[in-house]
Write a protein that binds this ligand. Structure first.
Ligand code: PMT
Length: 221
């Protein structure tokens, strides 16, 4: 039954880090490998969804049947997401978007002249919040990477960003989360929640999509 669970649905997923260029050779980024988001795209396609993956710079092969758009920065990820958004039924933001970017990328390599260097940074656009704020938004799922008070912070994000569901990585356990092959999620929605135990990311992705499909069907009913 899983193979047709998302048949006829259109799913848009972000994955990986973003890189915010400082100059032609340096950037600000984070430790996302893209594995979680790519596993979600692979699972969505396997469940029958027409799947689009907007990926930051990662070294991963495109899952079968998934259409992929590569981007580098948060600004480019926002553009690609907004361009692909019309007609989507589900949006999942698994990317670890850089929160701040250099106010301006230097055209030439910055020289090591001073003992210290100060970079002016500006906030990047919050892609998830922007999608969730739209009147015609799809079912919208965010991720949360928290180190403490996971449920309180995740539920705060659920409400503040007006999400339908949030998946909080269970952190503080070795071998999970960023870069790892395994993950574990605490998933919350307005009137409920569920735990997805430690498992390889493809299995965690499959379980999360089953929960999402349950909630989407519940809402449609
Ligand atoms: O890529 P992997 O190595 O497999 O690791 C997976 C992961 C840990 C990166 C993934 O499971 C995950 O948690 N992704 C989101 C990490 C994150 O950036 O969390 P956050 O709490 O900073 O952001 C909250 C949500 O807002 C996320 O859905 C994020 O995609 C979204 N966001 C954040 C900032 C921004 N400017 N735009 C956004 O859309």
């Amino acid at each position: 039954a899983d193979a047709t669970r998302l048949a006829g649905r259109r799913v848009l997923i972000t994955a990986g880090p973003t890189c915010e260029d400082i100059d032609p050779v340096r950037y600000i980024g984070n430790r996302s490998s893209g594995k979680m988001g790519f596993a979600l795209a692979e699972a969505a396609a396997a469940m029958g969804a027409e799947t689009t993956l907007v990926a930051g710079p990662v070294a991963l092969a495109t899952p079968a049947g998934v259409s992929r758009v590569d981007v580098r920065s948060a600004a480019q990820m926002r553009e690609a997401v907004l361009a692909a958004l019309p007609g989507q039924d589900l949006f999942i933001a698994a990317a670890a978007v850089a929160d701040y970017a250099p106010a301006q990328a230097a055209a030439d390599k910055i020289k090591k002249t001073g003992e210290s260097l100060t970079l002016a940074l500006v906030r990047t656009p919050d892609i998830l919040a922007e999608v969730a704020a739209r009147a015609d938004r799809p079912f919208t799922v965010g991720f949360a990477a928290e180190t403490r008070e996971v449920e309180a912070y995740a539920r705060d994000k659920l409400v503040r960003k007006r999400l339908d569901m949030i998946a909080a990585n269970r952190v503080g356990l070795p071998g999970l989360g960023f870069e790892a092959d395994d993950n574990a999620l605490s998933v919350y929605w307005a009137d409920g929640g569920a735990e997805i135990g430690v498992a390889p990311k493809p299995l965690v992705a499959r379980r999360l999509l089953q929960l999402i499909a349950d909630r989407m069907e519940h809402r449609a009913a």
